[in-house]
Design a protein around this ligand. Sequence first.
Ligand code: BES
Ligand code: MN
Ligand code: ZN
Length: 475
Amino acid sequence: MKVSIKKLQSLKNELVLVPVVQEKKKVALNKNTAFLKKDFSKIGNGFSAQYKSVALHKNFFFIGLGEESNLSSYKILQAFQKGIQALKNNNPSQFSIYLSSIDLKEGYGKLIAQACAQSFYSFNQFKTGQKPSKSQINFFVSSKDEEENLKKELSFAQKINGAADWARDLGNLPANELNAQKLAEHAKTMAKNFKLVCTVWGKKELQKNKFGALLSVNKGSYDDPAFIILEYNKDKKNLPTLCLVGKGITFDTGGSNLKPSKNLDEMKFDMCGAALVLGVTQAAAALHLPIHLVTLVSSTDNRISNTSTLPSDIITSYSGKTIEVLNTDAEGRLVLADALSYAEKFKPQAIIDAATLTGACSVSLGPWFAGLLGNDEKLLNKIKQASSKTGEKVWQLPLSEEHMEAMQSQCADISNLSKIPGGGTSTAAKFLEFFVPQKTPWAHFDIAGIAWANKQATGFGVALLVELLQNWKQT
Ligand code: BES
Ligand code: MN
Ligand code: ZN
Protein backbone atom coordinates (compact mmCIF):
# COMPACT_ATOMS: atom_id res chain seq x y z
CA MET A 1 0.00 0.00 0.00
CA LYS A 2 1.42 3.32 -1.07
CA VAL A 3 0.02 6.61 0.10
CA SER A 4 0.40 10.18 -1.05
CA ILE A 5 -1.12 13.52 -0.16
CA LYS A 6 -2.46 15.68 -2.93
CA LYS A 7 -3.98 19.08 -3.53
CA LEU A 8 -7.71 19.25 -4.05
CA GLN A 9 -7.32 20.82 -7.46
CA SER A 10 -5.78 17.67 -8.84
CA LEU A 11 -8.77 15.51 -7.95
CA LYS A 12 -9.95 13.87 -11.17
CA ASN A 13 -12.24 11.04 -12.10
CA GLU A 14 -10.74 8.35 -9.90
CA LEU A 15 -12.76 6.54 -7.26
CA VAL A 16 -13.13 8.81 -4.26
CA LEU A 17 -14.17 8.00 -0.72
CA VAL A 18 -15.98 10.92 0.90
CA PRO A 19 -16.68 10.64 4.64
CA VAL A 20 -19.71 12.57 5.87
CA VAL A 21 -21.04 13.29 9.35
CA GLN A 22 -24.76 13.78 9.87
CA GLU A 23 -24.60 17.28 11.34
CA LYS A 24 -22.59 18.62 8.43
CA LYS A 25 -24.16 16.79 5.58
CA LYS A 26 -24.83 19.96 3.68
CA VAL A 27 -21.97 22.25 4.56
CA ALA A 28 -19.26 19.62 4.44
CA LEU A 29 -18.69 19.57 0.76
CA ASN A 30 -18.04 23.17 -0.07
CA LYS A 31 -14.36 23.98 -0.10
CA ASN A 32 -13.00 24.28 -3.62
CA THR A 33 -14.99 21.43 -4.96
CA ALA A 34 -18.05 22.70 -6.67
CA PHE A 35 -18.30 19.53 -8.72
CA LEU A 36 -18.30 17.35 -5.63
CA LYS A 37 -20.99 19.53 -4.11
CA LYS A 38 -23.11 19.12 -7.20
CA ASP A 39 -22.72 15.36 -7.08
CA PHE A 40 -23.47 15.20 -3.42
CA SER A 41 -26.57 17.31 -3.76
CA LYS A 42 -27.90 14.70 -6.20
CA ILE A 43 -27.87 12.00 -3.56
CA GLY A 44 -27.89 14.34 -0.58
CA ASN A 45 -31.48 13.93 0.48
CA GLY A 46 -31.50 10.20 0.11
CA PHE A 47 -28.27 9.75 2.02
CA SER A 48 -28.62 9.80 5.77
CA ALA A 49 -24.88 9.79 6.54
CA GLN A 50 -25.83 7.20 9.13
CA TYR A 51 -22.90 5.35 10.67
CA LYS A 52 -21.61 2.70 8.23
CA SER A 53 -23.96 3.65 5.40
CA VAL A 54 -22.45 3.88 1.94
CA ALA A 55 -23.94 5.71 -1.06
CA LEU A 56 -22.48 5.48 -4.50
CA HIS A 57 -22.84 8.26 -7.02
CA LYS A 58 -20.73 8.22 -10.19
CA ASN A 59 -17.19 7.78 -8.95
CA PHE A 60 -17.95 8.90 -5.39
CA PHE A 61 -18.43 6.60 -2.45
CA PHE A 62 -20.03 8.66 0.29
CA ILE A 63 -19.60 6.99 3.64
CA GLY A 64 -21.64 7.86 6.68
CA LEU A 65 -19.86 8.38 9.98
CA GLY A 66 -23.10 9.01 11.90
CA GLU A 67 -23.37 11.88 14.34
CA GLU A 68 -20.20 13.88 14.76
CA SER A 69 -20.88 14.23 18.48
CA ASN A 70 -20.83 10.44 18.78
CA LEU A 71 -17.80 9.83 16.62
CA SER A 72 -15.11 7.49 17.97
CA SER A 73 -11.90 5.95 16.70
CA TYR A 74 -13.68 2.62 16.47
CA LYS A 75 -16.42 4.10 14.31
CA ILE A 76 -13.95 5.74 11.96
CA LEU A 77 -12.17 2.42 11.48
CA GLN A 78 -15.40 0.54 10.90
CA ALA A 79 -17.02 3.07 8.57
CA PHE A 80 -13.92 3.39 6.43
CA GLN A 81 -13.50 -0.36 6.24
CA LYS A 82 -17.08 -0.61 5.04
CA GLY A 83 -16.50 2.06 2.39
CA ILE A 84 -13.24 0.51 1.22
CA GLN A 85 -14.90 -2.88 0.99
CA ALA A 86 -17.52 -1.39 -1.36
CA LEU A 87 -14.86 0.32 -3.41
CA LYS A 88 -12.65 -2.75 -3.57
CA ASN A 89 -15.19 -4.56 -5.72
CA ASN A 90 -14.05 -2.30 -8.55
CA ASN A 91 -10.50 -3.60 -8.17
CA PRO A 92 -8.93 -0.15 -8.26
CA SER A 93 -5.17 0.16 -8.69
CA GLN A 94 -5.56 3.52 -7.01
CA PHE A 95 -8.25 5.52 -5.29
CA SER A 96 -8.60 8.70 -3.34
CA ILE A 97 -9.83 9.75 0.05
CA TYR A 98 -11.32 13.21 0.30
CA LEU A 99 -10.86 14.60 3.78
CA SER A 100 -12.15 18.15 3.53
CA SER A 101 -15.68 16.98 4.19
CA ILE A 102 -14.95 16.39 7.88
CA ASP A 103 -13.21 18.21 10.69
CA LEU A 104 -9.88 16.40 10.51
CA LYS A 105 -8.85 15.82 14.12
CA GLU A 106 -5.54 14.54 15.44
CA GLY A 107 -5.21 10.80 14.91
CA TYR A 108 -7.77 10.49 12.13
CA GLY A 109 -5.08 10.12 9.48
CA LYS A 110 -3.56 7.19 11.37
CA LEU A 111 -6.95 5.55 11.78
CA ILE A 112 -7.86 5.88 8.14
CA ALA A 113 -4.51 4.44 7.08
CA GLN A 114 -5.08 1.60 9.56
CA ALA A 115 -8.49 0.90 7.99
CA CYS A 116 -6.94 0.89 4.51
CA ALA A 117 -4.19 -1.52 5.51
CA GLN A 118 -6.64 -3.87 7.21
CA SER A 119 -9.02 -3.84 4.24
CA PHE A 120 -6.33 -4.38 1.63
CA TYR A 121 -4.45 -7.09 3.47
CA SER A 122 -4.63 -10.53 1.95
CA PHE A 123 -2.72 -13.69 2.64
CA ASN A 124 -1.84 -14.79 -0.87
CA GLN A 125 1.70 -16.12 -0.69
CA PHE A 126 0.46 -19.62 -1.44
CA LYS A 127 -1.86 -18.67 -4.31
CA THR A 128 -0.11 -19.49 -7.54
CA GLY A 129 0.33 -16.52 -9.82
CA GLN A 130 -1.07 -13.90 -7.49
CA LYS A 131 0.93 -10.75 -7.07
CA PRO A 132 0.64 -8.81 -3.87
CA SER A 133 -1.92 -6.06 -4.50
CA LYS A 134 -0.17 -2.75 -4.95
CA SER A 135 -2.77 -0.10 -4.41
CA GLN A 136 -2.02 3.57 -4.35
CA ILE A 137 -4.09 5.72 -2.04
CA ASN A 138 -4.23 9.48 -2.48
CA PHE A 139 -5.37 11.65 0.39
CA PHE A 140 -6.90 15.01 -0.44
CA VAL A 141 -6.84 17.82 2.07
CA SER A 142 -7.55 21.51 1.75
CA SER A 143 -5.04 23.30 3.96
CA LYS A 144 -1.29 23.34 4.38
CA ASP A 145 -1.67 22.66 8.10
CA GLU A 146 -3.78 19.61 7.48
CA GLU A 147 -1.25 18.41 4.96
CA GLU A 148 1.68 18.75 7.38
CA ASN A 149 -0.15 16.90 10.10
CA LEU A 150 -1.39 14.19 7.84
CA LYS A 151 2.08 13.62 6.42
CA LYS A 152 3.43 12.89 9.91
CA GLU A 153 0.55 10.62 10.79
CA LEU A 154 0.75 8.66 7.56
CA SER A 155 4.47 8.00 7.84
CA PHE A 156 3.90 6.84 11.42
CA ALA A 157 0.99 4.67 10.31
CA GLN A 158 3.01 3.11 7.48
CA LYS A 159 5.41 1.62 10.02
CA ILE A 160 2.66 0.33 12.26
CA ASN A 161 0.80 -1.13 9.29
CA GLY A 162 3.96 -2.77 7.98
CA ALA A 163 4.39 -4.45 11.35
CA ALA A 164 0.71 -5.41 11.57
CA ASP A 165 0.82 -6.95 8.09
CA TRP A 166 3.91 -8.89 9.07
CA ALA A 167 2.11 -10.14 12.19
CA ARG A 168 -0.94 -11.08 10.08
CA ASP A 169 1.27 -13.12 7.75
CA LEU A 170 2.77 -15.01 10.69
CA GLY A 171 -0.70 -15.62 12.11
CA ASN A 172 -2.01 -16.97 8.82
CA LEU A 173 0.87 -19.39 8.19
CA PRO A 174 -0.28 -22.95 8.78
CA ALA A 175 1.58 -25.24 11.16
CA ASN A 176 3.40 -27.14 8.42
CA GLU A 177 4.96 -23.85 7.38
CA LEU A 178 5.44 -22.43 10.85
CA ASN A 179 6.63 -24.58 13.70
CA ALA A 180 8.39 -23.15 16.75
CA GLN A 181 11.83 -23.17 15.16
CA LYS A 182 10.55 -21.48 12.03
CA LEU A 183 8.78 -18.83 14.08
CA ALA A 184 12.13 -18.21 15.75
CA GLU A 185 13.75 -17.87 12.31
CA HIS A 186 11.21 -15.19 11.37
CA ALA A 187 12.00 -13.38 14.61
CA LYS A 188 15.71 -13.56 13.85
CA THR A 189 15.28 -12.19 10.35
CA MET A 190 13.17 -9.37 11.69
CA ALA A 191 15.76 -8.69 14.39
CA LYS A 192 18.45 -8.39 11.74
CA ASN A 193 16.37 -6.00 9.64
CA PHE A 194 15.55 -3.78 12.61
CA LYS A 195 18.82 -4.07 14.50
CA LEU A 196 17.47 -5.93 17.51
CA VAL A 197 19.29 -8.47 19.63
CA CYS A 198 17.69 -11.89 19.29
CA THR A 199 18.45 -15.02 21.29
CA VAL A 200 16.66 -18.30 20.68
CA TRP A 201 16.68 -21.24 23.04
CA GLY A 202 15.93 -24.73 21.83
CA LYS A 203 15.27 -27.85 23.86
CA LYS A 204 18.78 -28.06 25.31
CA GLU A 205 18.83 -24.52 26.68
CA LEU A 206 15.29 -24.89 27.99
CA GLN A 207 16.29 -28.05 29.84
CA LYS A 208 19.35 -26.32 31.23
CA ASN A 209 17.23 -23.38 32.39
CA LYS A 210 14.50 -25.65 33.76
CA PHE A 211 11.60 -24.33 31.69
CA GLY A 212 9.57 -27.32 32.82
CA ALA A 213 6.16 -25.95 31.84
CA LEU A 214 7.07 -25.09 28.24
CA LEU A 215 8.90 -28.41 27.92
CA SER A 216 5.89 -30.36 29.19
CA VAL A 217 3.71 -28.91 26.43
CA ASN A 218 6.38 -29.77 23.88
CA LYS A 219 6.66 -33.35 25.11
CA GLY A 220 4.22 -34.73 22.55
CA SER A 221 5.79 -32.90 19.64
CA TYR A 222 8.13 -34.12 16.94
CA ASP A 223 9.50 -30.56 16.64
CA ASP A 224 11.69 -28.73 19.12
CA PRO A 225 10.27 -25.88 21.17
CA ALA A 226 11.66 -22.36 20.96
CA PHE A 227 11.97 -19.58 23.48
CA ILE A 228 12.60 -16.27 21.76
CA ILE A 229 14.20 -13.35 23.56
CA LEU A 230 14.22 -10.12 21.56
CA GLU A 231 15.69 -6.91 22.83
CA TYR A 232 15.29 -3.46 21.38
CA ASN A 233 17.61 -0.73 22.72
CA LYS A 234 19.44 -3.36 24.75
CA ASP A 235 22.50 -1.33 25.66
CA LYS A 236 20.99 2.14 25.82
CA LYS A 237 21.13 3.63 29.30
CA ASN A 238 18.35 5.37 31.23
CA LEU A 239 15.47 4.00 29.24
CA PRO A 240 12.45 2.43 30.96
CA THR A 241 12.39 -1.34 30.52
CA LEU A 242 9.14 -2.95 29.42
CA CYS A 243 8.47 -6.58 28.80
CA LEU A 244 6.09 -8.15 26.27
CA VAL A 245 5.22 -11.84 26.44
CA GLY A 246 3.46 -13.84 23.73
CA LYS A 247 1.82 -17.25 23.48
CA GLY A 248 3.31 -19.00 20.46
CA ILE A 249 1.45 -22.30 20.14
CA THR A 250 1.91 -22.99 16.43
CA PHE A 251 -0.92 -25.52 16.53
CA ASP A 252 -3.15 -26.56 19.40
CA THR A 253 -4.62 -30.04 19.01
CA GLY A 254 -5.37 -30.03 22.74
CA GLY A 255 -2.80 -32.77 23.34
CA SER A 256 -4.03 -35.80 25.29
CA ASN A 257 -7.22 -33.87 25.98
CA LEU A 258 -7.78 -33.85 22.25
CA LYS A 259 -10.00 -31.13 20.79
CA PRO A 260 -13.09 -31.94 18.72
CA SER A 261 -12.64 -31.55 14.97
CA LYS A 262 -14.99 -28.60 14.37
CA ASN A 263 -12.93 -25.53 13.43
CA LEU A 264 -9.77 -27.35 14.49
CA ASP A 265 -8.02 -25.73 11.50
CA GLU A 266 -8.33 -22.41 13.35
CA MET A 267 -5.88 -23.65 15.97
CA LYS A 268 -3.08 -22.61 13.61
CA PHE A 269 -3.90 -19.14 14.95
CA ASP A 270 -2.88 -20.12 18.47
CA MET A 271 0.37 -18.20 18.01
CA CYS A 272 -1.33 -14.86 17.34
CA GLY A 273 -0.27 -13.55 20.75
CA ALA A 274 3.34 -14.16 19.73
CA ALA A 275 2.76 -12.56 16.33
CA LEU A 276 1.26 -9.54 18.07
CA VAL A 277 4.15 -8.90 20.46
CA LEU A 278 6.73 -9.56 17.74
CA GLY A 279 4.91 -7.12 15.46
CA VAL A 280 4.85 -4.48 18.19
CA THR A 281 8.57 -4.96 18.71
CA GLN A 282 9.20 -4.38 15.03
CA ALA A 283 7.08 -1.21 15.06
CA ALA A 284 8.78 0.08 18.23
CA ALA A 285 12.14 -0.28 16.51
CA ALA A 286 10.95 1.22 13.23
CA LEU A 287 9.58 4.23 15.12
CA HIS A 288 12.64 4.55 17.36
CA LEU A 289 10.53 4.63 20.51
CA PRO A 290 12.56 5.70 23.58
CA ILE A 291 12.14 2.53 25.62
CA HIS A 292 14.10 -0.62 26.34
CA LEU A 293 11.81 -3.37 25.13
CA VAL A 294 12.24 -7.05 25.97
CA THR A 295 9.97 -9.43 24.08
CA LEU A 296 9.62 -13.04 25.14
CA VAL A 297 7.86 -15.73 23.14
CA SER A 298 7.25 -19.29 24.29
CA SER A 299 6.65 -21.48 21.30
CA THR A 300 5.80 -25.08 20.52
CA ASP A 301 2.94 -27.01 19.01
CA ASN A 302 0.60 -28.90 21.37
CA ARG A 303 0.22 -32.46 20.08
CA ILE A 304 -1.19 -35.79 21.00
CA SER A 305 1.31 -38.64 20.72
CA ASN A 306 2.76 -41.48 22.71
CA THR A 307 5.08 -39.01 24.43
CA SER A 308 2.47 -36.36 25.29
CA THR A 309 1.94 -35.08 28.79
CA LEU A 310 -1.03 -36.83 30.42
CA PRO A 311 -3.78 -35.36 32.57
CA SER A 312 -2.65 -35.65 36.22
CA ASP A 313 1.05 -35.24 35.38
CA ILE A 314 2.88 -32.98 37.83
CA ILE A 315 5.50 -30.65 36.40
CA THR A 316 7.92 -28.09 37.83
CA SER A 317 7.91 -24.66 36.20
CA TYR A 318 10.86 -22.29 35.78
CA SER A 319 9.77 -20.46 38.94
CA GLY A 320 10.13 -23.68 40.96
CA LYS A 321 6.37 -23.81 41.54
CA THR A 322 4.78 -27.16 40.73
CA ILE A 323 1.73 -27.57 38.51
CA GLU A 324 -0.71 -30.44 38.29
CA VAL A 325 -1.70 -30.65 34.63
CA LEU A 326 -5.36 -31.64 34.83
CA ASN A 327 -6.07 -30.67 31.24
CA THR A 328 -3.40 -30.69 28.54
CA ASP A 329 -5.56 -28.36 26.46
CA ALA A 330 -4.94 -25.59 28.99
CA GLU A 331 -1.41 -25.37 27.55
CA GLY A 332 -1.23 -21.64 26.89
CA ARG A 333 -1.05 -20.77 30.56
CA LEU A 334 1.74 -23.33 30.98
CA VAL A 335 4.04 -21.94 28.31
CA LEU A 336 3.30 -18.40 29.48
CA ALA A 337 4.03 -19.26 33.11
CA ASP A 338 7.71 -19.90 32.40
CA ALA A 339 8.07 -16.78 30.25
CA LEU A 340 6.33 -14.52 32.80
CA SER A 341 8.58 -15.73 35.63
CA TYR A 342 11.64 -15.36 33.44
CA ALA A 343 10.72 -11.71 32.78
CA GLU A 344 11.85 -10.90 36.33
CA LYS A 345 15.47 -11.04 35.10
CA PHE A 346 14.94 -7.77 33.24
CA LYS A 347 13.31 -5.89 36.15
CA PRO A 348 10.70 -4.36 33.88
CA GLN A 349 8.44 -1.46 34.87
CA ALA A 350 5.57 -3.49 33.45
CA ILE A 351 4.85 -6.82 31.81
CA ILE A 352 2.18 -7.16 29.14
CA ASP A 353 1.23 -10.51 27.70
CA ALA A 354 -0.97 -11.43 24.76
CA ALA A 355 -2.51 -14.83 24.16
CA THR A 356 -5.34 -16.67 22.46
CA LEU A 357 -5.89 -18.16 25.86
CA THR A 358 -9.50 -19.17 26.41
CA GLY A 359 -12.48 -20.15 24.31
CA ALA A 360 -14.46 -18.59 27.17
CA CYS A 361 -13.20 -15.15 26.17
CA SER A 362 -14.54 -15.51 22.68
CA VAL A 363 -17.86 -16.70 24.16
CA SER A 364 -18.21 -13.72 26.49
CA LEU A 365 -16.78 -10.91 24.34
CA GLY A 366 -17.30 -12.27 20.83
CA PRO A 367 -15.23 -10.91 17.95
CA TRP A 368 -15.65 -7.35 19.26
CA PHE A 369 -13.42 -7.00 22.29
CA ALA A 370 -10.19 -8.38 23.61
CA GLY A 371 -10.36 -9.45 27.24
CA LEU A 372 -8.18 -7.30 29.48
CA LEU A 373 -7.09 -8.37 32.95
CA GLY A 374 -4.24 -7.49 35.27
CA ASN A 375 -2.98 -6.60 38.71
CA ASP A 376 -2.55 -2.85 38.33
CA GLU A 377 -5.47 -0.49 37.67
CA LYS A 378 -3.20 2.36 36.55
CA LEU A 379 -1.67 0.21 33.85
CA LEU A 380 -5.08 -1.09 32.80
CA ASN A 381 -6.42 2.45 32.56
CA LYS A 382 -3.54 3.48 30.35
CA ILE A 383 -4.31 0.55 28.10
CA LYS A 384 -7.98 1.54 27.93
CA GLN A 385 -6.93 5.04 26.95
CA ALA A 386 -4.67 3.75 24.19
CA SER A 387 -7.49 1.49 23.03
CA SER A 388 -9.93 4.37 22.70
CA LYS A 389 -7.41 6.12 20.46
CA THR A 390 -6.68 3.24 18.09
CA GLY A 391 -10.23 1.91 17.96
CA GLU A 392 -9.21 -1.60 19.01
CA LYS A 393 -11.66 -2.42 21.75
CA VAL A 394 -10.83 -4.05 25.06
CA TRP A 395 -13.07 -5.01 27.97
CA GLN A 396 -11.79 -5.52 31.47
CA LEU A 397 -12.75 -8.75 33.18
CA PRO A 398 -12.40 -9.46 36.91
CA LEU A 399 -9.46 -11.02 38.66
CA SER A 400 -9.85 -11.89 42.34
CA GLU A 401 -8.89 -14.25 45.16
CA GLU A 402 -11.79 -16.63 44.53
CA HIS A 403 -10.37 -17.46 41.14
CA MET A 404 -7.25 -18.77 42.86
CA GLU A 405 -9.18 -21.06 45.20
CA ALA A 406 -10.73 -22.76 42.20
CA MET A 407 -7.29 -23.92 41.04
CA GLN A 408 -6.04 -25.44 44.28
CA SER A 409 -4.48 -28.81 43.67
CA GLN A 410 -4.45 -31.78 46.01
CA CYS A 411 -0.89 -32.67 45.06
CA ALA A 412 0.87 -29.62 43.59
CA ASP A 413 1.15 -25.85 44.20
CA ILE A 414 -1.57 -25.13 41.64
CA SER A 415 -3.54 -26.99 38.99
CA ASN A 416 -3.96 -25.70 35.44
CA LEU A 417 -7.72 -26.22 35.49
CA SER A 418 -10.42 -24.55 37.54
CA LYS A 419 -12.65 -26.89 39.56
CA ILE A 420 -15.54 -24.47 39.21
CA PRO A 421 -17.33 -24.11 35.89
CA GLY A 422 -17.55 -20.65 34.31
CA GLY A 423 -15.34 -17.58 34.40
CA GLY A 424 -12.67 -19.36 32.39
CA THR A 425 -10.96 -16.19 31.20
CA SER A 426 -10.53 -14.97 34.77
CA THR A 427 -9.24 -18.26 36.16
CA ALA A 428 -6.75 -18.57 33.28
CA ALA A 429 -5.49 -15.04 33.99
CA LYS A 430 -5.32 -15.79 37.71
CA PHE A 431 -3.14 -18.77 36.91
CA LEU A 432 -0.80 -16.46 34.96
CA GLU A 433 -0.71 -13.96 37.82
CA PHE A 434 0.64 -16.70 40.10
CA PHE A 435 3.79 -16.68 37.92
CA VAL A 436 4.15 -12.93 37.43
CA PRO A 437 7.12 -11.50 39.35
CA GLN A 438 6.03 -10.00 42.68
CA LYS A 439 5.00 -6.34 42.60
CA THR A 440 5.42 -5.95 38.86
CA PRO A 441 2.50 -4.20 37.16
CA TRP A 442 1.13 -6.72 34.69
CA ALA A 443 -1.61 -6.75 32.08
CA HIS A 444 -2.97 -9.67 30.10
CA PHE A 445 -4.74 -9.53 26.75
CA ASP A 446 -6.91 -12.53 25.95
CA ILE A 447 -7.28 -12.23 22.17
CA ALA A 448 -8.98 -15.58 21.58
CA GLY A 449 -12.09 -14.01 20.02
CA ILE A 450 -10.47 -11.19 18.13
CA ALA A 451 -7.11 -12.42 16.78
CA TRP A 452 -8.74 -13.80 13.66
CA ALA A 453 -12.02 -13.38 11.81
CA ASN A 454 -13.35 -15.37 8.86
CA LYS A 455 -10.24 -17.56 9.02
CA GLN A 456 -7.84 -14.61 8.61
CA ALA A 457 -5.56 -13.07 11.22
CA THR A 458 -6.72 -9.54 12.05
CA GLY A 459 -3.50 -8.00 13.34
CA PHE A 460 -5.46 -6.86 16.39
CA GLY A 461 -3.53 -4.90 18.98
CA VAL A 462 -0.40 -3.84 17.14
CA ALA A 463 -1.54 -0.21 16.90
CA LEU A 464 -2.88 -0.29 20.46
CA LEU A 465 0.32 -1.52 22.08
CA VAL A 466 2.45 0.85 20.01
CA GLU A 467 0.22 3.70 21.20
CA LEU A 468 0.79 2.56 24.80
CA LEU A 469 4.55 2.23 24.43
CA GLN A 470 4.87 5.50 22.59
CA ASN A 471 3.45 7.45 25.53
CA TRP A 472 5.09 5.35 28.20
CA LYS A 473 5.49 6.92 31.61
CA GLN A 474 5.96 4.85 34.69
CA THR A 475 2.71 3.92 36.46
N1 BES B 1 -6.08 -22.05 22.33
C1 BES B 1 -7.13 -22.44 23.20
C2 BES B 1 -8.15 -21.33 23.39
C3 BES B 1 -9.06 -21.07 22.22
C4 BES B 1 -10.05 -21.95 21.88
C5 BES B 1 -8.92 -19.90 21.50
C6 BES B 1 -10.90 -21.67 20.82
C7 BES B 1 -9.77 -19.62 20.46
C8 BES B 1 -10.76 -20.50 20.11
C9 BES B 1 -6.58 -22.80 24.57
O1 BES B 1 -5.35 -23.40 24.57
C10 BES B 1 -7.55 -23.76 25.15
O2 BES B 1 -7.68 -24.84 24.63
N2 BES B 1 -8.19 -23.40 26.24
C11 BES B 1 -9.15 -24.24 26.88
C12 BES B 1 -8.95 -24.16 28.36
C13 BES B 1 -9.71 -25.17 29.15
C14 BES B 1 -9.20 -26.56 28.87
C15 BES B 1 -9.60 -24.85 30.62
C16 BES B 1 -10.54 -23.74 26.48
O3 BES B 1 -10.73 -22.53 26.35
O4 BES B 1 -11.41 -24.57 26.25
MN1 MN C 1 -5.50 -25.52 24.29
ZN1 ZN D 1 -4.12 -22.94 22.96
